[in-house]
Design a protein. Sequence first.
Length: 215
Amino acid sequence: MNALPDTLVCFAVKQESEPFLRTNGAQRARLLLTGMGPVNAERAITAELARGTPRRVLSAGFAGGLAPGLAMGTVLFSSSDDELARCLRSAGALPARFHCAERVATTAREKRALHEQTGADAVEMESAIICSVCGRQGIPNATVRVILDIATEELPLDFNVLMNARQELAPGKLALALLRQPQKIPALLRLQRRSAAAAGALAKVLTRAIELLNR
């Protein structure tokens, strides 16, 4: 039986992972799509670790900017493990503080409030629980996230109301929202293009970091 790769990389959704899947880094890693939110993340990481314990875990994906001045495409990281921190910094990621939320921060006002309340640089929805589960099992871990929407930006739709009970984007709800607000379509298409660019920036950092970790 073939041994599992040393590095487990977790993404919430497919869109975050697609550029990385086309890199050499993906050939040297074990990938997991957890689904969105802390409940899905805890269930998925617990089941995956039961298959075999990796040497390290990276929780990767998009984040919303909370700190003013963080540009779209900026890759941030947080880790208490010296080796992971060194390699991620060398790969181009910047150290940061993250806030793990249970909902998507969709407005500039909401992001400003989160920044004031938590002091975090960015907000995401899965990494804290993934890193907590790994920490309890003694597995070195890191959060690696790319800024998709900046602190002063409004998302085109409130994605929280478009989710189903499994925290998945419901196509029917999305279609209905766009029928009611067709003027939002251009902004949604721009967000889609930016998502691809941000995921590409994240893939480059992850690939380089995995190369450094495997030396």
